[in-house]
Write a protein that binds this ligand. Sequence first.
Ligand SMILES: [Zn+2]
Ligand SMILES: [Zn+2]
Length: 379
Amino acid sequence: MVYRGPYKVRVEEKDVPSIEHPNDAIVRVTLAAICGSDLHLYHGMIPDTRVGHTFGHEFIGVVEEVGPSVRSLKPGDRVMVPFNIFCGSCFFCARGLYSNCHNVNPNATAIGGIYGYSHTCGGYDGGQAEYVRVPFADVGPSVIPEWMDDEDAVLLTDAVPTGYFGAQLGDIAEGDVVVVFGAGPVGLFAAKSAWLMGAGRVIVVDHLEYRLEVARTFAHAETCNFTEYDDIVVHMKRITDHLGADVAIDAVGAEADGNLLQHLAGAKFKLQGGSPVALNWAIDAVRKGGTVSVVGAYGPIFSAVKFGDALNKGLTLRMNQCPVKRQWPRLFEHVRNGYLKPSDIVTHRIPLDDIAEGYYMFSAKLDDCVKPLVVPNGQ
Ligand SMILES: [Zn+2]
Ligand SMILES: [Zn+2]
């Protein structure tokens, strides 16, 4: 697929990518996914998203060809590829901060490389395609364990680790009350992970009733539809002994609904790096001394965040793009032991040829879509 401008994507023939560096691999994509954060690109929210760019940072495939220095992969290997592109050896990679790699993105210092996520994130073409070039092939991808399903593996390239990371950043203690803003895939996995980390109560907030239903059945969470309350923060206080939650997780990011002025300033007029409604709710809904974890995506320019309230309440704010590969060993165990079944949230399987309709459906929240996968032609 290629981007043609806001709200416009289509299928086009492109050259099959070739090895450009000795540590590249070419991967034939067998399964990809569309992510909520792809919608920020689709809506034209991410700076320097160029016409002709191919999206897709969640994909798995089969190694087609490797460069001469690649040691850990060989043609024919079935591989999963983290959404982060990282070198594995810089100051930041050495500290496990793979999403902050200093060597992979000449266009920005704040963020590393991400497949199919604009030139702001390095300009690497993504995996909603038949083939993709994978740089640092010895560092990023892993061979998929034989026992793992393709659909579980593709969800482990972003949605599951990002949700798990959101819960990790919350520093959840035994019995904590955890509120998760956003019942998309990341929010659902954050809620599920909160239980694994010892939460005593997990509450998921959204406005899409079909997603709240998944939060109840898949993540076993209490749910709260914010459109049913005049003030969601007051309601949160009421159901938490008037103290607030111990931990709040923002799994929404830059295109939050729920406040018209913020939405116009962020999503529509690009006057801020997104509409931080969910983040401000998180700051308000957490108790004094609590922790706010942010894994929803925000743009580079400032956002109108209630920083003074966060300061005066003594909150701990933690955030980052998830360093996916760091999460894999434990998540593989959780999937293998049956604690997590990522593919349970997959609702749609879209042929690559129909991806334009897929984006439209996902963006317009039609057909109770939670997580759409993309199946390349002929699979
Ligand atoms: Zn994603
Ligand atoms: Zn690095």
